[in-house]
Design a binder for this molecule. Structure first.
Ligand code: F6R
Length: 616
């Protein structure tokens, strides 16, 4: 949601801002705008509802002045619809200053009332304009942008990343953040601000993540960070692990297609350095301190959407291997049920972006209640790992398509590494068992590559099913979360009603949905894991087939038992049962993508969705 870019330096700001906004498009937005200060010291603004191309068309039709200082924004509407007027930047001090913002200013109504009473007027319905007008007044009172900005952010409640620039102080952009992301890009004679590193990675890979309740001031030659009281703050720079080409399509039809193709590499990179000669160790967990993991007596995994399904898969393995009870909760449900948390409760958050507000709030709640918090995250410098006691990074590389694919398999991999590390620390697995499990995990990237190949049969199937009104997904044990994930992918990409069920639940209600021609995907567990579970799922297939369902089975190679009852079989390579979800999800991701493409839909940016859900 909402992408933010700030620039001061020697380049044409407009070009830098538009390039940054283009790279932030993946976050999801419905309007865009820029403000630049020209060499004569005049502020120019352009903003437009719709895609970034609408803004560039507008700039072509009505060019604005350009300079070397500016801010740019993509907006995902919260307060007020996605219109030209509500698009950011918003102006204050009679058009001399511009403000952009991500988040929600919760006390905006009270502030607006105060400003209306003081005679101010507003053009938009946004909470952001309130901050811009307030900043204008403080600037006129102090004559100093940084001091005025500090006063304003001190009065704001809620979650925000906010940037401002004033035409009387060209070469300066100020920013602040609370519960919402902001990263500095360090350049040579130029500096950048961004919602994430994608905003500036084509210019610099040296970055600094701003902490909670901090203010940053950038000029071409300096970067100053303080807290909201104005006290200076020490910051640490880091190197972005990927370059600009990693977030480009590189010849693929969509980012999603590219990211699915990268799944073998995503898993291999997540394992790298954590398994050596059959020995598993996740060094980042050392940050928890001696004895903490050995003393844990309960694990709660918190996450949303696809990440929560990765958590559900992880639960089976972590519990089996470490014998610690594991629950999975949706982040937004977790804190409102007042969970029982103690210093021996470990809360594992999973978030690709590291910025999902619901998950961030769950982590904060857990830590305030005394629990230990570990984050599984894919984004360096993101807020959730910074707010946790330890962070286990997935190394899937940037995920640009809104629908999560490679991050999902990397998240499961990280949870498995965590589970094996925990089992080793607690002595719940023998050396032989640990070696067998690490061997299975290290074999997954090659098996993923084979699965991608085997999934070629999916494309014609998806085309054939493009007119389906509803698709059902069944799975059992670790196949159950995969069924849920298959359904989510289809809903979000192809806008088709889709539901995932635990196969055992079928006869308790969902079987009533089956009628002639109803497509049902069934994730079939390996007969080598549990012959009993396998037999039960094959019986489920027969039951739905008898009622007219068209069955597409995802089954391991050589599973002859499903052949007589399935209309289509996608065969996946043999893997130990706990590792099958990493493979079984691939055909389902491809199915959703191909079906959306067959319907002519935007695979990378489905309607109404944002990649990074930074409001609750
Ligand atoms: C679905 C999808 C979402 C995210 C969810 C959490 O394809 O991508 O369901 O998984 O919004 O996002 P993160 O992992 O960034 O916290």
């Amino acid at each position: 949601m909402c992408g933010i870019v700030g620039y001061v330096g020697h380049e044409r700001a407009l070009e830098v801002l538009l390039g940054g906004l283009k790279r932030l498009e993946y976050r999801g937005y419905d309007s865009a705008g820029v403000a630049v200060i020209d060499p004569a010291g005049d502020l120019h603004v352009a903003k437009k509802a719709g895609r970034l191309s609408a803004l560039t068309d507008e700039l072509r039709a009505h060019p604005i002045g350009d300079g070397a200082t500016g801010i740019g924004h993509t907006r995902w509407a919260t307060h007020g619809g996605p219109t030209d007027v509500n698009a950011h930047p918003h102006l204050g001090d009679e058009g001399r200053l511009a403000v952009i913002h991500n988040g929600i200013i919760e006390n905006f109504a009270a502030l607006k009332e105060e400003l209306l009473a003081a005679g101010e007027t507003f053009e938009s319905e946004t909470d952001t304009e309130v901050a811009a007008i307030l900043l204008g007044r403080e600037y006129r009172a102090t004559g100093d942008l940084v001091e005025a900005f500090r006063r304003v952010v001190g009065r704001l409640e809620g979650a925000f990343t906010i940037l401002a620039t004033h035409q009387e102080q060209p070469g300066v952009v100020v920013g602040a953040r609370r519960n919402s992301p902001l990263v500095i890009g360090l350049g040579d004679g130029e500096n950048f601000l961004g919602s994430d590193v994608a905003a500036f990675v084509e210019h610099t890979r040296r970055a600094v993540a701003i902490g909670q309740d901090q203010i940053v001031t950038i000029t071409p030659e300096s970067v100053t960070v303080t807290d909201f009281a104005g006290e200076s703050v020490e910051v640490d720079a880091f190197d972005v692990a990927w370059d600009a080409s990693a977030s480009e399509k590189g010849g693929w039809s969509s980012f999603m297609a590219k990211e699915i193709s990268e799944e073998p590499e995503a898993v291999a990179n997540t394992i790298r350095g954590r398994i050596e000669d059959g020995h598993v160790s996740v060094p980042e967990l050392d940050a928890l301190g001696d004895g903490v993991l050995a003393g844990i007596d309960r694990i709660i995994i918190v996450a949303c959407g696809t990440a929560a399904y990765a958590g559900m898969v992880g639960r089976y393995a972590i519990e089996k291997w470490s014998r610690v009870p594991v629950e999975v909760d949706l982040s937004h449900e977790f804190r409102y049920r007042e969970p029982v948390l103690t210093p021996t409760t470990l809360v594992i958050s999973i978030s690709q972006s590291g910025e999902t507000m619901d998950t961030l709030m769950a982590v904060k709640y857990a830590r305030e209640a005394g629990a230990v918090a570990v984050s599984v995250c894919n984004t360096q410098g993101a807020t959730i790992p910074r707010e946790s006691d330890a962070a286990v990074y997935t190394h899937a590389g940037p995920e640009v398509a809104v629908a999560s694919t490679k991050a999902f398999v990397a998240q499961i991999t990280a949870l498995y590494l965590f589970g094996l590390h925990l089992a080793r620390v607690r002595g719940t697995m023998s050396e032989a068992q640990l070696t067998a499990a690490t061997d299975e995990l290290t074999a997954i990237p090659a098996k993923l590559a084979q699965t991608l190949k085997a999934s070629e049969v999916i494309e014609p199937l998806a085309k054939w099913m493009a007119d389906s009104r509803a698709v059902l997904f069944l799975g059992r044990h670790v196949g159950y979360p995969i069924a849920l994930e298959g359904a989510l992918k289809l809903k979000e990409l192809a806008y088709i009603h889709a539901e995932g069920f635990a196969a055992g639940e079928l006869k308790h209600g969902p079987i009533a949905l089956i009628e002639a021609g109803q497509p049902v995907f069934v994730v079939v567990p390996s007969p080598r894991g549990s012959a009993e579970m396998h037999k039960k799922v094959v019986s489920n297939i027969q039951e739905i087939r008898a009622r007219g369902a068209r069955v597409i089975a995802i089954a391991e190679q050589g599973d002859a038992a499903v052949l007589p009852f399935a209309d289509e079989v996608v065969a996946i390579p043999l893997a130990a049962p706990l590792f099958e979800p990493l493979l079984a999800v691939i055909p389902l991701q491809i199915f959703a993508m191909e079906l959306a493409a067959a319907k002519g839909l935007d695979v990378d940016q489905p309607r109404n969705l944002a990649k990074s859900v930074t409001v609750e």
